[in-house]
Write a protein that binds this ligand. Structure first.
Ligand code: FE
Length: 192
């Protein structure tokens, strides 16, 4: 009788240990999945552009592009086309990079042109990813924008001429500039 009770107790103990181990394994697997999920979201968007139906996307070719909007419409998503080619603006605090503070490089999501590095990104309260300088002088171009009854300076990609956002004079040192960009036209590549 005593032997039977002891066996039962050992079995119970084993069941408890197995349950705890199983729970730990499930938790760890969930954490891993989440980590991969977050990372791959940004990488997928970049990879989609590089390998998908956009033949103009290149991170090495710096030749200026002359592609019609009819053609861009075929290769860009509706949301990207709206911002890049119709000068649209994504809603503040909704884009994928406004809060990103990881080290890495930001490319034009339309053509792959290198635009900004994370070292020039700063925490702005405006709700859009903000940088105090472009990675090189000809990475972007500037145009006067008189839309919506305001006079602003529009920033476009130096390679594909897509609309990226606007530049303002209320940025931090050393330039005092704030490149206020739309996340959807940026591709972020984390530093390896
Ligand atoms: Fe571009």
């Amino acid at each position: 009788m005593e032997f039977a009770n002891k066996t039962k107790a050992i079995m119970k103990k084993n069941i408890v240990i197995s349950s705890v181990l199983l729970f730990a394994i499930i938790c760890m697997s969930s954490v891993c999945n989440n980590a991969n999920g977050t990372k791959s979201k940004q990488q997928i968007s970049a990879m989609e552009n590089q390998t998908n139906k956009n033949p103009y996307y290149s991170r090495t070719d710096t030749t200026k592009l002359n592609v019609s909007n009819v053609e861009w419409k075929k290769v860009l998503s509706e949301d990207m086309y709206y911002v890049a080619r119709e000068k649209g603006t994504e809603r503040a605090f909704t884009g994928k990079y406004w809060e990103t503070d990881e080290l890495g490089t930001y490319y034009c999501a339309v053509c792959g042109n290198r635009l900004f590095v994370s070292e020039s990104k700063f925490a702005s309260s405006c709700g859009w990813p903000s940088f105090f300088e472009a990675v090189r002088k000809d990475a972007v171009e500037y145009h006067q924008d008189k839309s919506f009854g305001m006079i602003r300076t529009e920033v476009t990609c130096g390679r594909c001429e897509s609309h990226l956002g606007h530049i303002f004079d209320d940025g931090p040192p050393p330039t005092g500039k704030r490149f206020c960009m739309n996340s959807i036209v940026l591709d972020f590549e984390p530093k390896k």
